[in-house]
Design a protein around this ligand. Structure first.
Ligand SMILES: Cc1cc2nc3c(=O)[nH]c(=O)nc-3n(C[C@H](O)[C@H](O)[C@H](O)COP(=O)(O)O)c2cc1C
Length: 367
């Protein structure tokens, strides 16, 4: 660690020295442009200077890169930016995974589920959306057999999002996903608003939420992230209950229940009638909830809800999130998560910040 630090310090010094060599060389070229030897000597000097400056700045960049590395519930990530559940499906929707910290699958159930069939998306203005997709998925066994091997080739930690109709189903899902090494962790979805049984029903009761967590904990050694619903009166009660029951981290928020109406038909645009609202419109609510939950629990938090830009992500870190996830914005721009990672590097460089720890929780304790 010490020698690495020394290397970085030296690299920074090299960058500065190289820049000076470069500048001197350039001014000498102007002075010596009449003598061939002088000109060539100085041009060589500029070349060396620029090469060293480039070397120095790439090490410099690596220094910042290492500072975005994080570990959430023991899952090592190269950046604290995740692709949230639903955005990348099972690898079948376009998304650039090259810079992100982890990828969360769409919700998995024990058996194959066809989800809701038609009228499942309603695009709203300003990048917002309503969806009633439900839990369309191939079932956990086919996922492990056919999809997981291909997904692992992305070289990014895979977090499996699971949703049961009963507590026993959650336990069974966790047990089946405990074996594959390429599953880095579980996201226990006790918050899906678009299913007839289970889903959100588990996430609105602290007692039942805790029982799901205990059952999953008994069935799996994988790190467990519990995903909370915003469709509750007091989210902190659920957060505390799942922390006590053994959750390793919490992710929040899932979508808010909403609806839209087609004024030609006079009917809901979605089938079933209600759907989950996501995108920029829900951001103030998710920020408020991450803020509240940060004060209520000690385990790591993954904040999400309406993140489209680096500035949005920074707000989540400032209310105490340890990582962020992006979902709806990826439907408009598959490379948005990578852009947010780049933006975080740029922000840290510009502000001279060595780690996001320096800004984490900055907006807390203002009441
Ligand atoms: C089309 C769609 C499908 C989703 N599917 C899931 C899912 O299967 N499991 C889950 O936990 N969350 C699911 N979500 C919720 C997102 O992961 C996220 O919590 C929510 O959309 C808020 O983030 P956003 O505003 O960045 O989209 C889905 C969201 C959308 C838009």
């Amino acid at each position: 660690m010490h020698s690495l630090k020394k290397l970085f310090t030296e690299a920074l010094q090299i960058t500065e020295v190289a820049k000076v060599i470069c500048l001197c060389g350039k001014s000498l070229i102007i002075k010596n442009r009449n003598t061939l030897v002088g000109f060539l000597g100085c041009a060589l000097c500029v070349g060396f200077g620029q090469t060293f400056a480039m070397l120095g700045s790439s090490v410099d960049r690596a220094r910042f890169a290492s500072n975005l590395k994080t570990s959430i519930a023991g899952i090592m990530m190269k950046a604290p930016v995740l692709i949230g559940s639903g955005a990348y499906g099972f690898g079948d929707q376009p998304s650039d995974c090259s810079k992100i910290g982890a990828f969360v699958t769409k919700g998995l159930t024990l058996e194959r589920c066809i989800g809701n069939c038609s009228h499942v998306y309603s695009r709203l203005p300003h990048g917002n959306m309503l969806n009633s997709v439900g839990l369309k998925n191939p079932g956990v066994r086919d996922f492990i057999k056919d999809i997981l091997p291909k997904l692992s080739e992305e070289g990014v930690p895979i977090i499996a999002n699971i949703c049961g109709g009963t507590i026993e189903e959650y336990a069974e899902l966790a047990k089946l996903l405990d074996t594959p090494r390429s599953v880095a962790g579980l996201e226990v979805n006790i918050s899906c608003p678009n299913v007839a049984a289970g889903g959100m029903a588990f996430g609105v009761s602290p007692e039942i939420g805790a029982r799901v967590v205990e059952a999953v904990k008994k069935s799996s050694r994988k790190p467990m992230i519990v995903k909370l619903t915003p469709n509750v009166t007091d989210i902190t009660k659920i957060a505390r209950a799942v922390e006590i029951a053994g959750a390793d981290a919490i992710s929040l928020i899932n979508t808010l229940q909403g609806m839209d109406v087609d004024i030609e038909s006079g009917r809901s645009t979605l089938d079933p009638v209600f759907g989950g609202l996501s995108g920029p419109a829900i951001q103030p609510i998710s920020l408020r909830m991450v803020y509240q939950v940060r004060k209520a629990v000690k385990i790591p938090l993954i904040g999400m809800g309406g993140i489209t830009t680096t500035e949005d992500a920074l707000k989540f870190f400032m209310v105490g999130a340890d990582a962020v996830a992006i979902c709806s914005a990826l439907y408009n721009d598959p490379s948005v998560a990578g852009k947010v990672v780049d933006g975080l590097f740029a922000y840290m460089e510009q502000k001279g910040i060595k780690s996001l720890e320096e800004i984490k929780g900055a907006a807390l304790n203002q009441e």
